[in-house]
Design a protein around this ligand. Structure first.
Ligand SMILES: [Zn+2]
Length: 178
């Protein structure tokens, strides 16, 4: 007998975007890691532009309210907050909707520092947050050629969700058990 869950789409896509301005005298947090640099990202919370875009991508995939609605920048509770708090809420909403994450892809746009040397560490950190393999987390970094955004960091993130219990991994597991 079909249940409500069976009528939900097997896959869902989500997209998130964020930007923060560089400011002197604060640590640079990207993807949950503190990167060595003479400036960090300002704004509410810890300014982790990648985790904010990822949070919005996950929320968008299940049509939940966005990060700014759930965690208002004017709310003093989120001043200097660790952005993993926002990500945890988004993950809970994805799980409650009955989905798991198939993969994530992301692009960072910033003039400095160079992301290349830290890309693997960032991907590993994000994969750990999401409890998915590191080869399911894509990360590219670009410099803002001709955009005039040298004093900002921008992140674009896209996620693909898969209905829980319908994925390849789940079917394999069931076959193995049988
Ligand atoms: Zn943000």
């Amino acid at each position: 007998m079909p249940t409500t869950n069976d009528q939900q789409p097997r896959t869902r896509i989500g997209y998130g975007w964020d930007s923060h301005e560089f400011k002197r005298g604060i640590p640079l947090k990207i993807g949950g890691l503190t990167l060595p640099h003479n400036k960090g990202l300002g704004g509410h919370s810890d300014g982790d532009v990648l985790l904010h875009a990822l949070t919005d991508a996950l929320l968008g995939a299940v049509a939940a309210p966005d990060i700014g609605t759930l965690f208002s920048p004017s709310d003093p509770r989120w001043k200097g907050a660790d952005s993993s708090v926002f990500l945890t809420e988004a993950l809970e909403r994805v799980r409650a909707a009955g989905y798991t994450i198939a993969n994530v892809d992301s692009t960072l746009i910033l003039a400095a520092p160079r992301i290349g040397p830290h890309a693997t560490a960032i991907r590993e950190r994000v994969a750990k947050f999401l409890e998915i393999p590191v080869d399911s987390v894509g990360l590219k970094a670009k410099t803002p050629e001709g955009m005039g955004t040298e004093n900002a960091a921008i992140a674009h993130v896209i996620v693909l969700l898969e209905k829980r219990g319908r994925g390849l991994t789940e079917s394999k597991r069931r076959v193995r058990k049988a």
